[in-house]
Structures are given as structure tokens and as C-alpha cells.
Design a protein around this ligand. Structure first.
Ligand code: XMP
Length: 517
């Protein structure tokens, strides 16, 4: 296994995902982790991430001493290279121009790390690589024992190595796809230089998780809040395989789900997989509680609280439960751990499942705690869940409650469900569903005039939204073809009574959020 020390770069998680994709288990820990943690982890190699900080600044992050005592290979990326150079007595300086974007590097000195990895060869037989750079500071003098392994015309020291000790530094980011040979470079480091195998694959991840769940729960009973989302669905399928009848799922249907979603959840889990699922049809309770509530945050609170109440009521009816399963995934764990200095991470709060019924005193089972979303999806498919479900766009917990602007009514929810269904169906048919990150319809409670064959219509408006994004923090609106929008618009006004007009949202985030509320 590999240890990745996070110095605060936005790209650190990407390094971890690259390493995992190569079949090697790795964990990401803050740069100021204790020496004990590092020794106990006993990695076969360490990767030092990039950082927005500058080595020259007082108080900037340093590498814990234990890393150098392990006697294992170390790869520093960007700041990781600079902090390594600084530690061993090299020199790092700020440069007047920040380098950002594409660069062509020349591999030099036949290092173990880059040997024979190239996009092209120049006239003199040197390998050339297309890479992606983003840095201000640079190494200007190598520490003793290090040689230069890569350079560009502007940056003579773009890579360094002390091969006797297995210490490597790269100024460019091999974890982004713009660095075309990135996967090979990481493979060279983790497989060949560190000697890791490639056993971290969906089937072995599943076997490993099953063994651990069995060991943790013994013959105890586990309760799971199933939402139909990717994470809780994969937990359900995994636990079912691990402990079968010892699992009971509670599925709270708040009536604000997508078209036929509740029935689909039951069909897949109860009918197809044979999981014990208790469906609670609570539409009426949610609609009553939402009556007269139109502020978005107030709606979220009402839905969130009632969800917990309903879940707790139902679970209290089940006897003899000792464990509560949750779909916590690795990014949630990393985000809430963060660095002690607090600089490296934006902390987000996650509320996946309702609170624990206090009197039940349940212990947590979190079988996805070490997995990234793409790994969760891959094991979901391996566990027999339908691909369309596992690769579905994210859907907010409050569901259509935040896509019906203002007060939520049954009629609005029914109209919106149909419009959304038509939009998604057309996106799938045209191949655009997988090209967008999130797409949905929004119900606007403003009436506009329309005309149909037999007269005048004065009805609400449906807005369509489709975005492309990597991290959902920023997003571009998707440039859907006019023909596709045309089909959606025609179908929505023709097939749904009570919609006079369809509009397409062309706002980016920022300034507009992805959801309308
Ligand atoms: P925004 O609208 O903030 O959305 O740009 C970013 C992502 O978060 C989702 N979202 C929510 N998810 N409960 C959730 O579980 C919520 O209240 C909520 N609000 C927004 C949104 O769908 C998008 O993926």
C-alpha cells in the first residue's frame, strides 16, 4: 500500500484515484500526520502532493521525519518535489511568472521513473512528453546526490531523482489526464519502484469488505436507510451478500422522488435481489408538513427533520437491531478529517441518513468508508446492480422539494415528475445523459399564456437544466443540441396538461447554483 501525504492541492484526491485505478491500495492523510501514524501505516512508498503554499514562507508545510526513516521510495509532485529538494539542501525560488497549463518536457538521464515513457522522440533520440504544469516556485539547485531527470526550455529542473534511495520529484502533475503518460508514470512508481502488486480490484474489494462486515457484525442485525441513491444502494447489495437475512432496509418514500423511482427501488432490491426492504409511503405526511412553507432552507429543514422522524419511528418497530449501516464514502472521511492547520480542506457537512434513534444505541457499519465514488460504482455493477442506477446523476436528498420553487403541492410534484422523466428519457436516447453531470427539470410557479388548438392556456412554466462539472463546485451549462431541446419542449407541452411553456437554463455556476433553490 501507498501513503499519500496531502499538502493541500486540489489534485491530491486525483493522485489517490490514479493509484487505486492501478490496483494499488492507498490512503490519503494530511501532511501534519503524526510520525506514529506513518510508521504504523507501514507503506511501501510515499507520495507527497502539491500545495498552494510556498516552501520559502515561514511556517509552510514540511514532510514528517518518519517519512525519511521508513527507507521506502518517495515521489514528490510539484510542491512535493520542492519540499523534498529543500529538505535535502537544494534551493527553491519563486519565479516572476507562474507557469500554468501545457508543457513539453524532455526526459533525461535514463531514470527508472521515466525511462522509455514518451509521447515522441526528438531528432537526438530524447523522449518528449506532454505534461500539465501549475506552479509558481521552482527548484533552482539540486540537493547533493540528486540528478536532473526532466527539463523544459523554460524550466531546467522539471524532475529530479536520487535513485540510490528511491527519491523522485516531478514538477508537473502526472495525475491529470492532460499528462498523457501519467498512468504509466504512476504505474512505474507504485508497481516497479515500490514493488506493489495490483490486487485492489472490484472483486477483491468486495471480498475484503464482506469479510470485514462479517467479522464486525457476527450474528447481529443491521439496519440500513435505503434511499435509492448510489451509495446506500451499493451498501445494501454488499451487506445482502455478506449477511443476507441479518439485514433490514428501511426505505422512506417522501413522495418527492423521480418518476416511478420508489417502485424501481423495490423492484431491484426486494424482488430481484431478495433484500428485506420496508417501504414507508410517507408522501401525505411530507406534503402536509410542507404546506405553506416556501423558503428553500425552511423546506430543507422540514424535509430533513421529518425524514429522521419517520426513519426513527420505523426502525423502532424492528426488534433486536445492533448496527446501523451508512453509505459514507472516502471523500466524506477525508473532508471531515482534514489537516490540523485547517488550511488544506474545505469542510463540508454530510447528512446521508437520519440520526440514530437514541434508545437503540447502534454501532455504525460503514463498508464504503475507504472507497472513492468510481470504486463504489464499479463494485455496484459487480454486485449485480443495474448500470443505469449505479451511473445515475446525483439527486438531492430533499428531492423535488427543492425543484418546485416556492410551496410544494402534489399537483406540482406530479407535473414536474412527468416533465423530468421526458427530459431524462430524451437525454438517454440521444446519448447526452452520460455527457452531462446532472440534468433535471424545475417547476416554476409563474403562469404564462399559451395557445393550443382549442384555446388559451394560462399555466406554469417548466425550466430544463443540464450541467457539466467535475466537482459540482463550479459548473458550465451543457450545450445541448437545439434539436434535442426542441423534442423535449414539444413533448412536455403536448404530453402534460398544465404546462404552457418550456425554457432552458443557460446560467453557469457561479453565479447560479446548480439547483434553483
Ligand atoms: P448547488 O445547487 O449547491 O448543488 O450548486 C451542488 C450539488 O449539491 C446537490 N444539492 C443537494 N444535495 N441535499 C442534497 O443531498 C440538498 O439539500 C442539496 N442541495 C443541492 C445538487 O443536486 C448538486 O449536485
Amino acid at each position: 500500500k501507498i501513503l499519500i501525504l496531502d499538502f493541500g492541492s486540489q489534485l491530491t484526491q486525483l493522485i489517490a484515484r490514479r493509484v487505486r485505478e492501478l490496483g494499488v491500495y492507498c490512503e490519503l492523510h494530511p501532511w501534519d500526520s503524526s510520525d506514529d501514524l506513518i510508521r504504523e501505516f507501514a507503506p511501501r512508498g510515499v507520495i507527497l502532493s502539491g500545495s498552494p503554499e510556498s516552501v520559502a514562507e515561514a511556517g509552510s508545510p514540511r514532510v514528517p521525519a518518519a517519512v525519511w526513516e521508513l527507507g521506502v521510495p518517495v515521489l514528490g509532485i510539484c510542491y512535493g518535489m520542492q519540499v523534498m529538494a529543500h529538505h535535502f539542501g537544494g534551493a527553491v525560488e519563486p519565479h516572476d511568472q507562474k507557469e500554468f497549463g501545457y508543457a513539453e518536457i524532455r526526459a533525461r538521464g535514463h531514470s527508472k521513473l521515466l525511462r522509455d515513457i514518451e509521447d515522441r522522440v526528438n531528432d537526438e533520440g530524447h523522449g518528449l512528453l506532454d505534461v500539465w504544469m501549475s506552479h509558481g516556485d521552482r527548484v533552482v539547485r539540486l540537493p547533493d546526490g540528486f540528478k536532473c531527470i526532466a527539463s523544459t526550455p523554460d524550466l531546467p529542473l522539471a524532475g529530479m531523482a536520487d535513485e540510490a534511495r528511491g527519491y523522485y520529484g516531478l514538477q508537473f502533475h502526472a495525475e491529470v489526464t492532460h499528462t498523457r503518460q501519467g498512468a504509466r508514470i504512476y504505474s512505474r512508481f507504485v508497481h516497479e519502484i515500490c514493488g506493489c502488486g495490483d490486487a485492489w480490484k472490484p472483486d477483491s474489494i468486495i471480498d475484503d469488505a464482506i469479510a470485514r462486515v462479517r467479522e464486525q457484525v457476527g450474528d447481529g442485525h443491521v439496519l440500513l436507510g435505503l434511499s435509492g441513491g448510489v451509495d446506500s444502494s451499493v451498501v445494501a447489495a454488499l451487506l445482502h451478500k455478506a449477511i443476507g437475512p441479518q439485514l433490514t432496509c428501511v426505505f422512506v418514500d417522501h413522495g418527492l422522488l423521480r418518476h416511478h423511482e420508489g417502485d424501481q427501488v423495490m423492484k431491484i432490491f426486494a424482488d430481484h435481489l431478495g433484500v428485506k426492504v420496508i417501504r414507508v409511503n410517507a408522501e401525505q405526511r411530507f406534503l402536509s408538513a410542507l404546506q405553506g412553507v416556501s423558503d428553500p432552507e425552511a423546506k430543507r429543514k422540514v424535509i430533513g427533520k421529518l425524514f429522521v422522524d419517520v426513519f426513527d419511528e420505523e426502525s423502532a418497530k424492528i426488534d433486536n437491531v445492533q448496527f446501523l449501516a451508512q453509505g459514507t464514502i472516502y471523500p466524506d472521511v477525508i473532508e471531515s478529517a482534514g489537516s490540523k492547520t485547517g488550511k488544506a480542506h474545505v469542510i463540508k457537512s454530510h447528512h446521508n441518513v437520519g440520526g440514530l434513534p437514541a434508545h437503540m444505541k447502534l454501532k455504525l457499519v460503514e463498508p464504503l468508508r475507504e472507497l472513492f465514488k468510481d470504486e463504489v460504482r464499479r463494485i455496484g455493477v459487480e454486485l449485480g446492480l443495474p448500470r443505469e442506477m449505479v451511473y445515475r446523476h446525483p439527486f438531492p436528498g430533499p428531492g423535488l422539494g427543492v425543484r418546485i420553487l416556492g410551496e410544494v403541492t402534489k399537483q406540482a410534484a406530479d407535473t414536474l415528475r412527468l416533465a423530468d422523466h421526458i427530459f431524462i428519457e430524451e437525454l438517454r436516447k440521444s446519448g447526452w445523459y452520460d455527457k452531462t453531470s446532472q440534468a433535471f427539470a424545475v417547476f416554476l410557479p409563474v403562469k404564462s399564456v399559451g395557445v393550443t388548438g382549442d384555446g388559451r392556456r394560462y399555466e406554469p412554466v417548466i425550466a430544463l437544466r443540464a450541467v457539466e462539472t467535475i466537482d459540482f463546485m463550479t459548473a458550465h451549462w451543457a450545450h445541448l443540441p437545439y434539436e434535442l431541446l426542441d423534442v423535449c419542449s414539444r413533448r412536455i407541452v403536448n404530453e402534460i396538461a398544465g404546462v404552457s411553456r418550456v425554457v432552458y437554463d443557460v446560467s453557469g455556476k457561479p453565479p447560479a447554483t446548480i439547483e434553483w433553490e
